[in-house]
Design a protein around this ligand. Structure first.
Ligand code: ZN
Length: 405
């Protein structure tokens, strides 16, 4: 049987970087190479109904064992693409027995506990690191390796289980991981994503998210004869920004504190454009923030004339806790399964969204579990071999609990 480490090292040899600039689905054709490789492996370990969709979703199933036919169908999801923030080609992973201190990666990159305090928890563990020239791709190939290893263990040991479903998805890193995810076709009643973070992490409390686009219209005249005539659109944008609470921004908030974040500002005297993202875990506060943006835009229009600013607000995703709170056993089972693997569970709020958030709101309740990696989307990415083994055990424990429901 291949170990979870063997599998990770195999999967990261495939360059599966997704691309924001692409118009195709999947965004890069190279993702199909790993998809086909995974489909073959799913067949080899004994999974059934294996298919790859035209958009590069790999799906497979395993029928329930005798006596477990009434257990809910349980899904496992991980993404096969890697971030485009660093190269994902020709990755040269290296194993390090970590004894504390600084790890020299190469190409001027180091893993320094003064910069990454999480390293202090990893003394005594074996880490997989990069050579400093690429990312590692443990995000999210560690998740795939853990799911595959857990499934193989369940099958070869003939452990009891309900119906199991698995999906490896493309284009998560460009925010399109669930765009063509067919929940009905997937066939699960509940699922977990295995995507990132320290093992023991159980994530289901993510941001509510919206984007506000503001187009300011000024009146551009010669500055020499501008008195009482000119309206400078750039200054309208600055005035707008000054009316938002300046402390409620990403650089001043943490935990469950929400924010307004100016992500883009451009323009001239005649016209200007500003984009904000709005984030809040709490649904009421989220509505209050959206109302604040609307009120400030209305105030600008009242002062400078109708249509001085036009606002377009777009909701992006919602906090999956509003769904997961109706199925508390999903979290209770994950917590028990984690403790059973000798790991203390922790449910910290996520300051972002997950594919599971999208799926939960669309009808497939889907918390996220930690895979044992860190420093994603860059050359400093690493994963702990011990934590990958623990995450694999957590998956098996959850499958065992579900078989008895
Ligand atoms: Zn990921």
């Amino acid at each position: 049987m291949r170990t979870v480490l063997d599998r990770l090292l195999d999967y990261v040899s495939f360059d599966t970087q997704s691309s924001e600039k692409s118009q195709t689905h999947p965004s890069t054709q190279t993702q199909f190479e790993l998809a086909r490789h995974l489909a073959e492996e799913l067949a080899a370990i004994g999974m059934e109904r294996i298919r790859i969709t035209p958009q590069c979703y790999v799906m497979a199933e395993l029928a329930a064992t005798t006596g477990c036919e009434n257990a809910p169908a349980l899904g496992w999801i991980a993404h096969l693409d890697t971030s485009d923030a660093a190269s994902g080609r020709d990755i040269k992973p290296r194993l390090v027995d970590y004894r504390g201190g600084v790890i020299e990666l190469g190409s001027g990159h180091t893993l320094d506990p003064n910069i990454y305090p999480a390293l202090d928890h990893l003394t005594g563990q074996q880490l997989v690191v990069t050579d400093g020239s690429t990312l590692l791709g443990a995000d999210d190939k560690a998740g795939i390796a853990e799911i595959m290893t857990a499934l193989e263990t369940v099958i070869t040991r003939r452990l009891p289980h309900g119906k199991l479903c698995v999906a490896f998805t493309p284009d998560e890193e460009i925010g399109e991981g669930t765009q063509f995810f067919d929940i009905k076709e997937f066939g699960a009643d509940f699922a977990y994503t295995m995507d990132g973070g320290e093992v023991g992490g159980i994530e289901y409390n993510n941001f509510n998210a919206a984007q506000a686009e503001l187009n300011f219209t000024g009146r551009s005249v010669h500055p020499g004869s501008a008195k009482n005539v000119m309206i400078n659109a750039l200054k309208l944008a600055m005035e707008f920004n000054a009316m938002l609470p300046s402390e409620e921004s990403p650089e001043h908030t943490e935990g469950t504190q929400g924010f307004y974040h100016l992500t883009e500002l451009s323009g001239s005297v005649g016209s200007a454009r500003a984009t904000y993202i709005i984030r809040d875990h709490d649904a009421t506060n989220f509505e209050r923030r959206k109302a604040k943006i609307e009120a400030v835009a209305a105030a600008i229009n009242a002062k400078y004339g109708a249509n001085s600013v036009k606002l377009a607000m777009k909701e992006q995703y919602r906090n999956m806790s509003e769904v997961i709170d109706r199925f508390p056993f999903l979290i209770e089972i994950a917590e028990r399964a984690t403790r059973q693997a000798g790991v203390e569970p922790h449910c910290d709020p996520i300051r972002g969204g997950t594919d599971g958030a999208m799926l939960s709101l669309r009808g497939l309740p889907c918390p996220n579990l930690g895979t044992g990696g860190g420093n994603y989307h860059g050359e400093d990415e690493f994963v702990s071999v011990q934590q990958m083994a623990e995450a694999t055990e957590i998956i098996q424990n959850i499958i065992a609990e579900f078989s008895q429901r």
